[in-house]
Design a protein around this ligand. Sequence first.
Ligand code: SF4
Length: 384
Amino acid sequence: MTLDHSMSTALPILPSDPAASRGASPVTENLLDLAPDAALTRLQGWLGERGEPAYRAAQIFARLWARPVRGFDEITELPKALREALGESFHLSRLTLSTRQRSNDGTEKFLFCMHDGQLIETVAIPDGDRLTLCISSQAGCALQCAFCATGAMGFQRNLLPSEIAGQVRELRLLDPPLLPTNIVFMGMGEPMMNWKGVDPTLSLLNDPRALGIGARHITISTVGVLPGIIALSERPEQFRLAISIHAPSDELRKTLMPVNTKYPLAEVIAAAATFDRRVTFEYVMLGGVNDQAVHATQLAQLARECRAFVNLIPLHPGGSMGFTPSPAPVIATFARALRARGVETAVRRSRGLDIAAACGQLRTERLGRRVPVATEIDGQIDEA
Ligand code: SF4
């Protein structure tokens, strides 16, 4: 699911070869792809083979995520010979920071280059003492929602745990570090279509031995991929689920979100109703498309069926894909209609209106397939 907290501005010059800044992928095992228990077991086995004490495993693991290092040579609490041996058996992958944009409202957007040249986006949204990180789970997306820049670029590949949780790790490695308090899977891609990568990533994000972010502060957003919702509900942690509804009838939803053919609304709502935690509906306001009184009535009915909280998301022209944003009074009327029917509703603020912060938007602009939309406020851009 792509979160639209979007906007646009002029972009830095694209290097002629995005792959130029990437290194070859090492052939050794990447410890950052393993969930905490698996990594510790692997390290204990490796240490045991070398006659090293078992406590070293926790010592090494602490430097992967909690107090991350750029490479094993930085783990100076280990003997030099052990650091060198680690480097011969394993590697710690890095994401190359390609572009960093800073909005006047404090929102920051990061474009990362993977080892194979794929580009993904991460957005950091400060709000009081919270810092929410919007992370990507796939490069591109196959689901082709009509309003989404990521969908328009097509599916490239699933991201590995080292690349999903790695977005958080890279921001912790900045100077000064960015330390998110909240995570939302609302960047590029549909996380439930990459459950194999997302499942261990959730452990890395949440485990106090790794990134230690509370489960209630981690939200997985899906367009309604049922096997993923079921898999998430089977995890014992209190991770939050957000469902991108965006249209309150099958007829309309099919035109906006092709995935609705496979997973119709009734089945998605039924799955949400059995989820043992409160579900949030995401609803992007598309002018003249899904913002009429009848839609509010239909949406309220769906929300009541599964006791969902509704987030109304203003669409920004920068990420609109040809749609028109609903005017603010229309959004306010829509919100009132939902509340009048007993549905808790919030209207999200657009963030970072002066940089390209709709996920998929920066990457698309960077690759030159999209004309940036001029805005009134200039954002700051750092070329990393
Ligand atoms: S096309 Fe993919 S990334 Fe975009 S909104 Fe749909 S599911 Fe999310």
